[in-house]
Design a protein around this ligand. Structure first.
Ligand SMILES: [Zn+2]
Length: 557
């Protein structure tokens, strides 16, 4: 019988070389490095957080396995390799030597040629258990994954057959110590469950697949964004949508009316998409955004040399929208000359580019929009009456958001979905308090304001969390600590509540009575209004009589 080598007989320390000159550490032929357990622990936690337990477990098992394979190769080169059992025991020694864990053999029976291997070991001071416990506390599973991987890699390489270790007890699940048991792979009934951790998974490939999925989702998002914005169940909104829907089916000119931000362009696009021109171009132009002297060339095109700077012939928006739809926003800002030309295109379908004598035919459906009172502009002589009547043949009034608040929850959902996808986040919704504010607010900027606010909310909210009030009113968050008051005009009342609370605290502390408090307020108001009782009463929101009565009572004291 061969002598079993005791651990102390092999001096592993003699295999360890520190080479300061070259910045290397060697264990036999293997380059090693010293690493902080805390750093490794942080890395391990990050893998778990970002990839999830299962994927992280696989990675860590394979990390340990790779290390075990190297150590087995080192062990084979050591003199003990003629005694298999001693060679196996070098694994635990190396494991301890490297500061991973203290190993104590409980059982080791091996007869590889006859297909037998059974080993049981106690682990103490496992670095991985210690790290895991610190971060996650006691749970229900064994967690020494790199170490189980190491043991499996070491023994499998050493004996030349797959041997799998299982951690049957672990301090991470509240056991007294960690305990591992080894068998040949085929002797484990549930080997499949374990084997999966040893097979590298193509995480990069999976990530690329996901990336592609996101890209295609985003592409489809751009298309679906339009209908998503034409969302609403409220009566006022449905009326407008019904009108738009009727208009879509006919080749008529439509005039969209409504405040800034109600979504006129979205409506125009919706009409286009639901018309028989849907496959043809949709061209939009905001008349207020183009300098007056460029407006005509932008709309009707320009011939080379028509004016200084016109170095090339260029079609205008009308030509580009041929067979499709042209959307002219802020049509009230058209210059008188452009108004004449626009009327002509609407009546005859003909136009000439600037500096050109050739007449061109276009077939364009016009959708115009304005937030000014065109009728008034006609009265003021700023807008041609004949053009106004032409445009106003089919007006559609898009209601402001404050008149369709019932739609806010639906709109919120759509915007959160849109921006969560764009910014790669999961958002759990909005808090009750934020929802209350959103329903109270009067939305002077309409849907555009709501959309901007929701985008900001999504950006400022961590994944899986709810959008809070402070995320929506990001700019004034500091001024709005706990309570936010909204005035009926839609302004946020940024008067700090906490300073009032402090004042109240102080007053109670000083024992100021309610009556005194009332008197102090009245005196302050009177001082402000130069003794005018009526004005002071107005400031305090009480009647003149109440102020007078209070002062009288004080006089009698
Ligand atoms: Zn353990």
């Amino acid at each position: 019988m061969k002598k079993v080598l005791e651990p102390e007989l092999i001096d592993l320390r003699s295999k360890l070389k520190f080479s300061f000159e070259t910045g290397e550490i060697w264990l036999g032929e293997n380059r090693m490095m010293l690493m902080h357990v805390a750093a490794m622990g942080a890395f391990r936690n990050e893998i778990i957080q970002s990839l999830g337990l299962e994927r992280a477990r696989g990675l860590l098992v394979r990390l340990g396995y790779a290390s075990g394979v190297r150590d087995a190769e080192l062990a084979k080169s050591l003199p003990s390799n003629d005694c298999p059992e001693a060679g196996i025991m070098l694994g635990p020694m190396l494991h301890s030597f490297k500061g991973m864990v203290r190993v104590e053999k409980r059982k080791l029976e091996m007869d590889i040629p006859n297909g037998k291997f059974a080993g049981e070991f106690v682990w103490e001071n496992s670095w991985e258990a210690q790290t895991h416990l610190q971060e996650f506390g006691v749970g229900t599973d064994a967690e020494c994954w790199t170490q189980v991987g190491y043991a499996s890699g070491y023994v499998s390489t050493f004996v030349g057959r797959p041997v799998i270790f299982k951690e049957t007890q672990c301090v991470c699940k509240g056991d007294h110590h960690c305990y591992i048991e080894a068998r040949l792979l085929e002797h484990w009934e549930d080997s499949e469950d374990y084997l999966k951790y040893y097979k590298p998974e193509n995480i990069a490939g999976r990530l690329i697949d996901l990336q592609e999925e996101v890209v295609s989702l985003r592409a489809s998002l751009n298309k679906t964004a339009l209908p998503a914005s034409v969302i609403g169940e409220s009566e006022t909104f449905k009326e407008a949508l019904d009108l738009a829907s009727t208009a879509a089916a006919k080749p008529i000119t439509v005039l969209l009316l409504g405040e800034t931000g109600v979504g006129k362009e979205v409506f125009a696009h919706w009409i286009h998409d639901n018309s028989d021109r849907a496959t043809q171009p949709f061209v939009a132009l905001n008349c207020a955004a183009i300098p007056n002297d460029l407006l005509e060339s932008e709309l009707f095109g320009v011939e080379k040399g028509a004016f200084t700077g016109a170095q090339q012939a260029r079609p205008g928006r009308f030509e580009r929208a041929n067979n499709g739809t042209l959307f002219l926003d802020e049509v009230g800002d058209l210059t008188p000359a452009a108004q004449v030309k626009l009327l002509r295109v609407l009546e005859s379908g003909e136009l000439e580019r600037l500096g050109d004598i050739k007449t061109r035919k276009v077939n364009v459906r016009l959708i115009a929009a304005t937030n000014v009172n065109l009728q008034q502009a006609v009265k003021d002589g700023k807008f041609r009456a004949d053009l106004y009547y032409r445009l106003n043949a089919y007006p559609v009034n898009i209601p402001p958001l404050r008149d369709r608040k019932a739609d806010i929850p639906l709109l919120l959902e759509a915007f959160i979905k849109k921006y969560a996808l764009l910014h790669n986040k999961r958002i759990a919704g909005v808090t009750d308090k934020a929802m209350k504010m959103l329903m109270t607010y009067t939305w002077p900027g309409n849907i555009r304001e709501l959309e901007n606010m929701m985008e900001r909310g999504v950006l400022l909210t961590a994944s899986d969390e709810m959008i809070e009030l402070k995320h929506l009113f990001a700019g004034v968050a500091d001024l709005l600590p706990d309570e936010v008051e909204l005035s009926p005009q839609g302004r946020v009342n940024t008067q700090s509540k906490s300073s009032i609370n402090n004042l109240i605290e102080e007053m109670i502390k000083d024992g100021i009575s309610l009556e005194n408090c009332e008197l102090m307020l009245m005196e302050a108001a009177l001082k402000k209004t130069g003794g005018n009782i009526a004005k002071a009463a107005e400031l305090l929101g009480v009647t003149r009589r109440q102020v007078a009565y209070c002062l009288e009572k004080e006089d009698k004291k």
